[in-house]
Design a protein around this ligand. Structure first.
Ligand code: SF4
Ligand code: MSK
Length: 672
């Protein structure tokens, strides 16, 4: 007789252990009270695979999966582990790692392709739904795609017709995904020494799609068996993301929807309003969210909402859609990646509208417990559950689609149950620091450079700059590492640039306000923030907008006084709570651009010590940047600070900082 196994009893997550955020804790408790399971509970009940987490499980052919656990006590002598085909742990970990890069680069770049296609439609005047909003940005990016912005007529140089520029930019940009010859245009935007390194190493991306495709080929059973050669292709694909697909996505979005400038908003689940129709927009592409924002602000829609008994329409964003509509419209950020189910559990979410990336399939199950309409909108991202509505969104019918979606939400307002519980917690925030607006705030428009920023780095008030980015991960306490790393950095006078869910976490913690500088910063950074009127943490947008960080670093190099290349700068990168393949692609293009990059949690390379060492030590000799790993947030921040100090020393500016940090008593003693 077959043995009957008793189903294991599910445990519930401890709300306090699961998150540092009080709104999240309240909602986890409410989920328990209502008997609704969330990601926090699933994380308690399902442990990750100990071999997979170290990157040493291969399932690239049907002779596997081949699992190569590290022997107890580590490798002593020769590493003899092999898969059935003979693949070593290094080969397997490198193949898995670059497949993650391929996944991440594909996600960013396919998003970018979608934007480029809409841009081409606009340039061809096939749609009037979207328009070119920022012609100044269009003219600024055109030369980087080899598109002329002037013409010579009868010996006289004149401005070229803007429609012609737009069309040529659109065609050249879209061709970057599949051009048969040459290399990506935007790689030439990098500092020259960096570009030359890439050229010498043979890692200049040929086109965006090809590098991703080649990863899938090389990692197929029995192709590339050399971890160094594999990571070289990973580098080429990651650069095709950072300096290709993502950078094009950011630029073309700015041209279509406007380059962000600082705006004020609020963040956390408390931005939802009980007496309003609440629409949560979740995912990544502003093509959708821009239209939802515009539609929900139309007077006839607000009137329609009032006719149903609501006082108005409240939009809120989750994940990078939150960052996109925050930085361009000041729409509040309802939460990070790990709060998506919780927004529905408030009972006040009348519709959740999703497109692509970072969307839990579980939101459909949670929505079943409430009146919430869950609407998928993208042809490549559907859900199998029968309570999900699919309204395909395309640029030719975008207005009608957006109106249909907003009406569904309004009509649903009256179907709410009695049990609405919106946490009261929210914080004020300022975001929208594009490369251009930082230049304006820190450099002054007349100078048009990052001069003031460099000056303050050289004189030591600002110790250095850190890019802190990335996701939440249910394997660690929600937002704890994000906030601890950022606070430790600003306490030590490191200016933080943030994107993605780290940006939302910082907003929820009140770190995106100029006032937070006096509370959390060291004296040098606090002084700069006070004088210039900026927050110590500058919100630079969504995941694709990590490309803004690359260009900001390039501007710092150009402004002078801090070396000739990104790897010379007192700069470090971090993803304290990463989870997505996109984070690996971002991490790797930062490393290959010369940035010392520290990840939290773990890296899926630890089971292959030789390959892991190659990423953490050897890559630096080639590109100037390297990977590091530290789960403890304070140690994590101090690794970054140590790197920044090392770079200050190499630049000969370490003494300046000692002078700035002398307190008044020291100065008086010196003067005596
Ligand atoms: Fe195993 Fe090699 Fe097949 Fe991977 S490719 S599953 S290591 S036999
Ligand atoms: S949304 S990729 S959880 S940052 Fe871009 Fe957040 Fe990470 Fe998704």
């Amino acid at each position: 007789m077959a043995e009957v196994t008793k189903e294991k009893e599910s445990k519930l997550a401890d709300p306090i252990a699961a998150s540092i955020d009080p709104a999240t804790q309240e909602m986890i408790q409410r989920a328990h009270d209502l008997g609704i399971e969330t990601v926090f509970d699933r994380a308690v009940n399902m442990k990750p695979c100990a071999i997979g987490i170290q990157g040493i499980c291969c399932k690239n052919c049907a002779m596997g999966p081949c699992r190569l656990p590290l022997p107890k006590g580590g490798i002593i002598g020769e590493d003899t582990r092999k898969g059935l085909c003979g693949a070593t742990a290094n080969t397997i970990a490198a193949r898995n790692f670059i497949r993650m890069i391929a996944g991440g680069a594909a996600a960013h770049s396919d998003h970018g392709r979608g934007v480029a296609e809409v841009f081409l439609s606009v340039a061809r005047k096939e749609t009037d739904t979207y328009k070119i909003k920022d012609t100044k940005k269009l003219i600024s990016i055109a030369p980087h795609l080899d598109v002329a912005t002037t013409v010579e007529v009868d010996g006289e140089v004149k401005d070229r017709n803007i429609d012609e520029i737009a069309l040529e930019v659109a065609e050249k940009a879209l061709a970057e995904w599949g051009k048969p010859e040459g290399t990506l245009y935007y790689t030439k935007r990098a500092p020259k020494p960096l570009y030359e390194k890439w050229k010498k190493q043979g890692v200049l991306p040929r086109n965006i799609d090809r590098e991703i495709c080649e990863i899938m080929h090389r990692t197929h059973m029995g192709v590339d068996q050399d971890y160094k050669n594999l990571i070289k292709q990973g580098t080429r694909a990651a650069l095709g993301d950072g300096w290709g697909g993502s950078m094009l996505a950011t630029d073309l979005q700015d041209v279509l929807f406007g380059t962000p400038t600082p705006l004020q908003a609020e963040a956390n689940l408390g931005v939802m309003k009980e007496d309003h129709v609440n629409i949560i927009v979740h995912g990544h592409e502003p093509i959708l969210s821009e239209m939802i924002v515009a539609t929900s602000q139309k007077p006839e829609m607000i009137e329609y909402a009032k006719s149903k008994g609501a006082k108005g329409i409240q939009l809120g964003g989750i994940c990078c859609t939150a960052n996109e509509i925050f930085q361009r419209h000041g729409v509040p950020q309802a939460g990070t990646f790990l709060q998506q189910e919780l927004a529905i559990i408030t009972g006040a979410c009348d519709a959740m509208v999703v497109d692509i990336q970072c969307i839990f399939q579980a939101v459909a199950n949670v929505a079943k417990c409430f009146h919430t309409k869950l609407i998928t909108t993208h042809p490549i991202a559907k859900m199998e559950q029968n309570n999900v509505i699919h309204i395909e969104f395309d640029e030719h019918h975008a207005k009608e689609d957006a109106e249909k979606i907003v009406r569904i939400a309004i009509d649903n307002y009256q179907n709410r149950g009695v049990e609405v519980m919106i946490p009261r917690h929210k914080a004020s925030s300022i975001g929208g620091f594009s490369v251009e607006s930082i230049e304006y705030h820190l450099g002054g428009s007349f100078r048009g450079t990052y001069y003031t920023l460099n000056d303050n780095i050289i004189n030591g008030r600002i110790r250095g700059v850190a890019g802190v980015v990335g996701c939440n991960n249910a394997r660690t306490r929600h937002n704890e590492a994000h906030i601890a790393v950022v606070k430790e950095l600003i306490k030590n006078d490191v200016l933080v640039l943030t994107t993605g869910c780290n940006g939302i976490a910082c907003a929820m913690e009140g770190l995106l306000t100029p006032e937070s500088a006096a509370v959390y910063c060291g004296p040098g950074l606090a002084e700069v923030c006070e004088v210039v009127g900026i927050p110590p943490v500058l919100h630079m947008g969504s995941c694709v907008d990590n490309s803004r960080l690359l260009l900001a670093a390039t501007e710092v190099v150009k402004a002078g006084g801090l070396g000739n290349d990104i790897c010379d700068l007192p700069l470090a990168g971090s993803a304290p709570e990463w989870m997505s393949e996109k984070a690996i692609s971002i991490g790797h293009y930062f490393v290959a651009s010369g940035v010392y990059t520290v990840f939290g949690l773990h890296l899926p390379t630890e089971g292959a010590p030789v390959f892991h060492n190659y990423l953490s030590n050897e890559l630096e000799k080639i590109y100037g940047g390297k990977w590091d790993l530290e789960a403890d947030p304070i140690k994590h921040a101090h690794l970054m600070i140590a790197h920044i100090d090392k770079k200050r020393k190499e630049l000969g500016i370490d003494k300046a900082r000692d002078r700035v940090l002398m307190d008044m008593a020291d100065r008086q003693a010196l003067g005596a």
